[in-house]
Design a protein around this ligand. Structure first.
Ligand SMILES: N=c1c2ncn([C@@H]3O[C@H](COP(=O)(O)OP(=O)(O)OP(=O)(O)O)[C@@H](O)[C@H]3O)c2ncn1[C@@H]1O[C@H](COP(=O)(O)O)[C@@H](O)[C@H]1O
Length: 107
């Protein structure tokens, strides 16, 4: 497959958000608003967890794609650019997750 990226998906979601809700799932979710989109994200998260627990690689791959797509829609509705999330992830590369958790427990 190609080098399709989350950034490409963000651009698609942004474009399709402007389409008619009759012909676009993205537009339908955006029109319905964050409560509906976030609920859908939660459902996809649960389906992803179930797929992980059943050791079904194909299903986990499929559900992870659903999850990432719905996360992009939720970020779009919240007007949070993917780059902001990447910046936060980049900021975290300076220390391990274990060290970060320990520093919060010190507080
Ligand atoms: N990546 C996706 C994507 N992943 C999932 N979905 C839709 O999300 C919806 C999920 O609804 P459901 O929960 O009913 O589906 P489900 O999870 O299979 O349901 P179960 O049977 O598992 O309960 C379905 O309509 C899927 O088609 C997506 N819809 C759109 N995209 C991307 O967004 C683009 C624009 O899509 P539209 O906005 O629909 O034009 C597409 O070309 C894709 O690139």
């Amino acid at each position: 497959m190609s080098g399709f990226s989350l950034s490409d998906l963000e651009a698609i979601v942004s474009e399709r958000a402007k389409a008619s809700a009759d012909e676009s799932w993205t537009a339908k979710l955006v029109l319905a608003g964050q409560p509906k989109a976030a609920k859908k994200l939660g459902e996809e998260a649960i389906e992803t967890v179930m797929a992980a627990l059943t050791n079904d690689r194909d299903n986990l791959t499929y559900e992870a794609a659903d999850l990432l797509y719905h996360l992009m829609v939720v970020l779009k509705i919240a007007e949070i650019p993917l780059q902001d999330v990447m910046n936060e992830l980049e900021r975290r590369t300076s220390r391990s997750g274990i060290a970060e958790k320990a520093s919060r427990q010190d507080q």
